[in-house]
Design a protein around this ligand. Structure first.
Ligand SMILES: Cc1cc2nc3c(=O)[nH]c(=O)nc-3n(C[C@H](O)[C@H](O)[C@H](O)COP(=O)(O)OP(=O)(O)OC[C@H]3O[C@@H](n4cnc5c(N)ncnc54)[C@H](O)[C@@H]3O)c2cc1C
Ligand SMILES: *[C@@H]1O[C@H](CO)[C@@H](O)[C@H](O)[C@H]1NC(C)=O
Ligand SMILES: *[C@@H]1O[C@H](CO)[C@@H](O)[C@H](O)[C@H]1NC(C)=O
Length: 510
């Protein structure tokens, strides 16, 4: 398998095929993991149903098959049992659900694409909440003159990129996995392969329409509720309200693009890390890359250059000057939507309509992930040695992805840390640390210990920051929000003083 598709499918070898074919082994193993709700809830199902009924939204309660399938989210590690799922298609139905949660004193969790690493969209870390699944919010309208698009918060990234491409060869900068939801993604950052040129997705939010705790709907933009918009751009996941709709600035991606992927040997992992850091600091904004490493020797440098392949050698020079010749390479000069297909794990010749995943049963995994942010100039020589030695001692079912955020040309780093809630403006890169296990729970504790120990070993060479879209229950809020945390708490008191929207790592009221 080509390493460049690892982000989406590396953890899913087997699962993808099994899910697509509907293999009964998978279905029964899933049923084993998902237990029925057993705790006594603050309000009984009939009380909740009675409160939700007047709004006439589709709902699912424990005991129904729809409820069981709705509990399948990306990370199968947890078994949260919500009190109910609501599938609104109108803002009034969202308002009703918020009102019921407040009135009945039970938790509420909006859900976009269900890709939260800690399954926070399934119950904020506990049973018995109302999950408001925004999948029905998929209206889209493109305002070509204004250079903006207004989309429902139920969109997933693949369908959104496809729609924008078809509407005018434009895009919003965002992540590579087509099944990730725009809701959680935009509210916690949103990094992808055009981000060094166009920023993270939250930087492109122009307006959000939000159902707040008292059940009213507000717009947050550069004129109205400016501080709410500031908070949503990085700290918006289930802390201030439920976003029903976003307006994003769009960006032209009509130019020729080059997708590249270079493979190196296991013995060269330290060299590629060093070269990635040196080159990353000086790379032009038109290129965004990742470096994938794993204990079996995976060592792959890949990404997108927003220009013709003839320029690629010059663009990557400071990287290539610092590594031996690659053992393999693929360079494809193509258009933007084809790069999206390739990074999404599809063939470059696939019909782009495969990105229309609204009804796609996305692959899942059972995993633990951590992240850490590394600032320029990157790890010291000792830091690289510590990182590579630790990773090479790890289990095969783990991997590490360095995502290049910074470098002096990167648009991400040209925004001040206090300009929006997303504070990590001097990050050179983030490392996603990932370990997974399939149908083998006994493997989990040793794998989690491995990832925890590796994180602790590299921490002295990195920063105290971590990326909130790779949410990890072990992290303090200061790691995610840094110097913006106090302002976020002040805003929380204004918009949700009763802490209706909360989960273990939401913005607190004090
Ligand atoms: C396979 C995979 C690939 C990924 N690739 C990338 C990547 O390339 N780049 C990157 O930056 N990140 C990536 N991520 C991380 C991703 O950005 C986060 O997991 C993101 O939070 C997922 O959003 P979601 O809507 O799918 O998740 P959900 O689980 O639905 O939501 C995540 C959080 O946001 C809240 N939320 C969701 N919708 C709303 C709403 N409308 N209003 C208020 N709160 C809401 C939820 O309550 C929850 O707390 C990836 C994750 C996975 C699983
Ligand atoms: C090298 O890349 C080509 C595609 O360009 C692929 O067919 C081949 O299998 C790769 N070889 C190795 C050893 O990975
Ligand atoms: C709802 O809360 C907002 C923000 O605190 C406030 O401006 C508005 O007046 C409130 N509306 C109602 C009906 O309580």
């Amino acid at each position: 398998m080509n390493m460049r598709v690892k982000r989406m499918t590396g953890i899913l070898i087997g699962f993808l095929t099994i899910l697509l074919l509907g293999d009964p082994r998978f279905q029964s193993s899933l049923a084993d993991k998902i237990l029925p709700a057993s705790r006594s809830l603050a309000a009984g199902a009939s009380t909740i149903a009675g409160c939700l009924a007047p709004a006439k939204a589709r709902t699912a309660f424990p005991g129904s098959s729809e409820y069981q399938s709705a509990r399948t989210v990306f990370n199968l590690r947890y078994k949260y049992a919500p009190a109910a799922f609501v599938f609104p298609t109108t803002v009034a139905q969202v308002q009703n659900a918020v009102g019921c949660a407040e009135q009945l004193g039970i938790g509420i969790s909006p859900r976009g694409g269900g890709h939260s690493y800690e399954d926070y969209s399934l119950g904020r870390g506990r049973d018995g909440v109302i999950v408001v699944d925004m999948t029905g919010f998929t209206d889209i309208s493109y305002n070509k003159a204004a250079g903006t698009v207004t989309v429902g918060s139920g969109f997933r990234l693949g369908p959104l990129k496809l729609a924008l491409w078809n509407l005018g060869k434009v895009t919003v900068p965002c992540g590579v996995c087509p099944s990730v939801g725009v809701g959680g993604h935009a509210l916690g950052g949103g990094w992808g392969f055009v981000s060094r040129k166009f920023g993270i997705l939250s930087d492109s939010i122009v307006e959000a329409q939000v159902v707040i705790a008292n059940g009213t709907t507000v717009r947050a933009n550069a004129i109205e509720n400016v501080n709410l918009l500031w908070s949503l751009k990085g700290a918006g996941a289930n802390s201030y309200g439920i976003v029903s709709q976003f307006t994003f600035k769009v960006h032209d991606v009509s130019a020729t693009m080059t997708h590249f992927s270079y493979t190196f040997l296991k013995s060269q992992q330290a060299q590629t890390v060093k070269a990635f850091q040196i080159w990353g600091q000086v790379a032009v904004a038109e290129v965004t890359t990742s470096l994938y490493l794993d204990p079996s020797g995976g060592n792959n440098f890949y990404g997108i250059y927003m220009g013709p392949s003839a320029n690629l050698n010059a663009v990557l020079k400071a990287f290539m000057d610092n590594v031996p010749a690659p053992s393999n390479q693929t360079v494809i000069e193509t258009d933007y939507i084809t790069t999206v297909l390739i990074d999404g794990g599809f063939s470059q010749n696939a019909d782009p309509s495969v990105l229309n995943l609204h009804s796609f049963t996305y692959p899942t995994a059972t995993f633990k992930a951590k992240s850490i942010i590394v600032k320029a100039p990157g790890f010291s020589g000792d830091g690289i040695k510590t990182f590579v030695n630790s990773l090479q001692a790890g289990p095969a079912t783990s991997y590490f992805i360095f995502d290049l955020f910074g470098g002096s040309a990167s648009v991400i780093n040209q925004i001040a840390p206090g300009d929006s809630a997303w504070v990590h403006r001097d990050a050179l890169f983030s490392i996603q640390m990932f370990t997974y296990w399939q149908n083998n729970p006994s493997q989990s504790s040793s794998d989690i210990t491995f990832i925890d120990n590796l994180w602790s070993a590299v921490r002295p060479y990195a920063s105290s920051e971590a990326y909130q879209n790779y949410i990890d229950q072990d992290m303090p809020l200061s790691a995610y929000y840094g110097s913006n945390l106090n302002r976020l708490i002040s805003e929380k008191k204004i918009w949700d003083s009763n802490n209706v929207f909360n989960f273990p790592q939401s913005i607190p009221v004090r």
